[in-house]
Design a protein. Structure first.
Lengths: 662, 314
């Protein structure tokens, strides 16, 4: 490990609760407090607008920006705003009276973050090698002379064959026509793109000069709700060296990332309504155009951000659910929604992206991670392969919480998968102020169990726009543990706070008052939101339960539970357990992968062997159909309660609840 | 070695719930075995038949259903007394049909007067069955709990929508609640947990699993009750260890098969005999599935069911 790159670590002690936790140089004080389970009132998302998160620095110092709510006198005696303070040394931080909570009811948080993608990428590239799906090779051909006057093409093959391990790659006519002039004008120094397609290799482009380093690919996760795209720097054929410089450089494999709502949302929120639309005259073409234009826009953004020449994009790898892939390729998805739910295909051969309307040039190739069944698509295969569960003998459970909840159980020898129509609550669907994990989304929440005042952090630390999945989990868990939400997901009526109020459609909790938001309306959590969230979490838990029983296993048999999904950059596992979304297991058995579909597509773009592995993984999955499964319905009803109807499955939560409820 | 009959190992016990007061109070529940499996455990309290009485003259009743009560049908208190005195009723269920917002929609106060009259007129336990409209029952059954103070009546159906309002009053006035859920084990359990969290004592809860009549979903109720009992007795599921009541009569007597006369469909045979058998078979089936109280209408079907209970418990 390279010590120089490690930020310095300090100790922050919070008073009067007397809890000390380590923090890194530059880390935000409000985030540290949240990590430590120390409550500080905060309602503007960490932007420094509300002035509520006052703390006193009793000893040591922090880097703070001044704020109008703090008088000179306040500042002189050490008052600062936690959200505008960052760490530059050891410090003792005093929490003022208005923010204090009885320490017995505070729980430490078990937040897991997806920021460590770099480490996973490195280890996977070590394992699978980094020969990209479309390779880019700089060749310096020996000049022909009278002794050696074989054709230009043969000369090229002679140089190329040992590098790609293939004697006779295809050379399309258009590429062949470019060859002659290019070779002579650049003094026999050219760069060749070679695409993989099953057993075949094909030369897709010949560029002049040495362009080997200008080798980029795009990974796309085509989600029902959200589309995410990443620009990847390919590192063709160079094995990770273990050398810290090279490894650090590989940490920069991701050059830019962008995401947006899938433009198809206007045509229906879920896959079924999209399929219905696709069956209308010209509907399929319309949906294809819309998703393609969303992807093109994202590609445009990331290419611009990284400042690269779009012509150097050699390939795209897409991962998406089966319906999304049908729509992207313009294939009729009708039978995905009709029993017995047969997709037209789950594997898609490489195509020229332009053939379906995507921007990258004629020479680029579009690959798709293969799927398994109508409701278990390439996005899941991509995530499962990324998670590494298929390389271990121990049994793990993989769950992707998106618009649908897909789950996979198994190990290196067998895999069972299922899809439960969970609904899009954790991606913001069906939640009044729900939104995807984008800047302005409330991603972390703590609620003071006594005063019921919230502490929130937003993505990008801006004024809040709405709540994303991780914030929703935090909020519901804390309100539940504080006794504000009953076990059937309804607000209890006897809590004295202006934050709980009743309107025509039922009760709601005000997380942010209008003045603190960017939408100039109160951000609230309603009972209808709670209903939708309960259904989503119940479907996911029930699906896991049924899958485990099909495998003859219980939750306690799992070595690892891997959580993926675009509901935020992090998940607090204990909060997710408290609402019964995740099973009650020791925290160290959980792993959070974030957008695993995108992650898998990224590695596949950079590593041909990984892409090939995804086919094997897809082939080894056995799909369990839940849509007509009576056991699933029964488990679903049992899970439609907080945390669950079976109290024995959540002993820790039940205990925590009793403390919370006096 | 002598042959030994294999026996089920029970780990749970149904809670004993008392309804009514005084010498004619009725205890239900308390079993430590499946229904009538007295060779495997105890069934200390024999299942009970409760006679239904309507709070206003029923207009849609078949003539052969009205027949036994023709002289008292306009006076609920007299009707209840006739059930007790002439037909030996051990419990009375007063069905508050006139309060139904989809029907007469009588105001709660007016209906409560009738409840009070009936409660004062009888010495057997009273069960008060609301309209199954959550909002109306919430208002109505709260008042019922109040005016029946000291009589230990059972009030219901209590649902997840109105359990707080009705439950709180039931606690306050010491009444029994009938926790009603739509034919689902988990929902039944959830409501029992909610009532427990509210503070309703475990000796004050009876489960209403929702009843289907013979040919109209009886099998759903049957298997849900079976599963309730399996969870309660063999899986130590404390939140399901409560007696069960089945409000059979209104379900059976509204079916086509109890309405058509012999003239209208000769294949179906005598209408009275047919209806009585429909009711008796429904009740017998649900008793075998685990019902502790069955609510019935016709004295003839009651007598068939009593014979069966007597023989099975002999």
């Amino acid at each position: 490990m390279n010590l120089k790159t490690m930020p310095r670590e300090y100790r922050i002690r919070f008073l009067p609760i007397d809890r000390t936790i380590p923090a890194e140089e530059g880390e935000n004080l409000l985030e540290i407090a949240m990590k430590a389970g120390v409550h500080i009132n905060a309602s503007c998302g960490g932007r420094g607008a509300c002035g509520k998160c006052r703390v006193r620095i009793a000893d040591g110092s922090v880097e703070s920006s001044p704020h109008s709510s703090l008088s000179e006198k306040d500042e002189a005696i050490g008052f600062r705003l936690a959200c505008s303070s960052s760490i530059k040394g050891d410090a003792i931080v005093e929490i003022p009276l208005e923010s204090q909570v009885d320490r017995s009811i505070l729980r430490r948080s078990a937040v897991m973050s997806d920021v460590d993608a770099g480490a996973i990428d490195r280890s996977l590239l070590c394992q699978y090698g980094c020969e990209a799906l479309v390779g880019r090779y700089n060749l310096r051909l020996p000049r022909p002379d009278m002794q050696d006057n074989v054709s230009d093409a043969a000369r090229l093959m002679r140089c190329l064959a040992p590098r790609i391990g293939c004697e006779e790659p295809l050379v399309p006519l258009g590429v062949m026509r470019d060859l002659g002039g290019g070779l002579r004008e650049t003094d026999w120094n050219i760069t060749v793109n070679v695409a993989t397609g099953g057993q075949m290799r094909e030369i897709t482009r010949i560029a002049r000069g040495d362009r080997e380093k200008d080798h980029y690919a795009i990974a796309v996760d085509v989600g029902t709700t959200t589309i995410a795209a990443q620009l990847i720097q390919c590192d063709n054929g160079k094995e990770p060296s273990g050398n810290s410089y090279d490894d650090a450089r590989r940490g920069r494999m991701i050059l830019a990332t962008s995401s947006d709502y899938n433009g198809q949302i206007s045509y229906g929120e879920d896959v079924i309504s999209r399929i219905m639309y696709a069956r209308k005259p010209k509907g399929l073409k319309k949906l294809q155009d819309v998703v393609v234009s969303t992807i093109n826009r994202l590609i445009g953004e990331i290419v611009e951000e990284a400042g690269i020449d779009p012509a150097d994009i050699s390939h795209i790898v897409a991962a998406g659910n089966t319906t999304m892939m049908h729509l992207l390729y313009g294939i009729d998805p009708t039978h995905i929604m009709l029993a017995p739910y047969t997709p037209l295909t789950t594997a898609f051969a490489p195509v020229v992206p332009r053939d379906i309307g995507l921007d990258p040039g004629e020479h680029a190739r579009l690959y798709a991670i293969p799927g398994v069944a109508s409701y278990v698509g390439g996005d899941i295969v991509s995530g499962v392969t990324l998670s590494g569960m298929t390389e271990s003998n121990e049994v793990s459970l993989f769950m992707d919480i998106g618009t649908n909840g897909e789950i996979v159980l198994g190990n290196s020898q067998w895999l069972l998968c299922a899809s439960c129509s969970a609904g899009p609550a954790f991606e913001g669907g069906g939640i009044q102020h729900g939104m995807r994990a984008a800047p302005g989304a409330i991603e972390k929440v703590r609620v003071n169990p006594v005063t019921l005042e919230p502490m929130i952090l937003t993505i990008g630390r801006t004024k809040p726009l709405g709540i994303c999945g991780s914030g929703l989990i935090d909020l519901v868990a804390d309100l539940f543990l504080a006794g504000v939400i009953d076990r059937n997901g309804k607000f209890s009526t006897d809590k004295p706070t202006e934050r709980i109020r009743k309107d025509a459609s039922g009760r709601e909790y005000v997380l942010c008052f209008a003045a603190e938001t960017r939408i100039e309306r109160d951000i609230v959590l309603t009972e209808i939101d709670l209903d939708n969230l309960m259904r989503t979490k119940a479907a996911i838990y029930a699906g896991c339960k049924v899958l485990l029983e099909n495998g003859g296993l219980a939750f306690t048999d799992l070595a690892m539970v891997i959580i993926a999904g675009g509901f935020g950059h992090s998940i607090d596992v204990e909060k997710a357990i408290a609402i019964g979304l995740l099973p009650e297991l020791p925290v160290e058995r959980f792993r959070f992968l974030g957008n695993a579909s995108l992650g898998g597509a990224r590695i596949a773009a950079a590593s041909r062997a990984f892409f090939e592995r995804t086919s094997e993984v897809a082939g080894s999955m056995t799909n369990i159909e839940l849509s007509n499964n009576t056991q699933f319905m029964d488990e679903f009803m049992a899970a439609l309660f907080l945390p669950h109807t079976d109290e024995k499955a959540f002993p820790g939560v039940m205990k925590g609840m009793k403390i919370g409820n006096r | 070695m002598a042959f030994e009959i294999p026996k089920i190992k029970y780990t749970g016990r149904i809670k004993e719930v008392e309804v009514g007061t005084g010498p004619r109070a009725v205890k239900v529940g308390g079993a430590t075995c499946y229904p009538f499996y007295s060779f495997e455990g105890d069934m200390p309290n024999v299942p009970k038949v409760a006679f239904e009485v309507w709070d206003s003259p029923p207009e849609e009743w078949q003539d052969w259903a009205v027949e036994p009560y023709r002289d008292v049908i306009g006076d609920p208190a007299a009707w209840a007394k006739k059930c007790i005195e002439a037909y030996g009723a051990e419990m009375i269920v007063l069905q508050l049909r006139s309060a139904d917002p989809n029907g007469e929609n009588k105001p709660a106060e007016e209906v409560v007067e009738v409840v009070k009259k009936v409660a004062d007129a009888i010495d057997v336990p009273l069960v008060v069955w609301g309209t199954a409209n959550d909002d109306k029952d919430s208002e109505l059954l709260r008042r019922v709990a109040e005016v029946c103070e000291g009589k230990n009546v059972a009030v219901g159906p209590v649902t997840d929508k109105n359990y707080k309002q009705i439950g709180a009053m039931a606690i306050g006035y010491g009444q029994v609640v009938m926790a009603s859920s739509p034919i689902d084990v988990n929902l039944a359990k959830q409501l029992n947990i909610l009532l427990g969290n509210l503070g309703v004592s475990e000796e004050k809860v009876i489960i209403d699993p929702t009843t289907g009549g013979l040919g109209y979903g009886l099998e759903y109720t049957y298997s849900v009750m079976e599963r309730d009992r399996m969870a309660a007795l063999t899986q130590e599921d404390a939140k399901l260890q409560f007696p069960i009541i089945c409000n059979i009569a209104p379900e059976v007597w509204k079916t086509r098969e109890t309405r058509l006369t012999k003239e209208e469909d000769p294949k179906l045979g005598d209408e009275k005999k047919r209806s009585v058998l429909m009711e008796a078979v429904t009740a017998m089936t649900l008793l075998v599935a685990g019902a502790d109280i069955v609510v019935m209408r016709h004295p003839d079907s009651v007598s068939l069911v009593r014979d069966m209970i007597g023989e099975l418990c002999a």
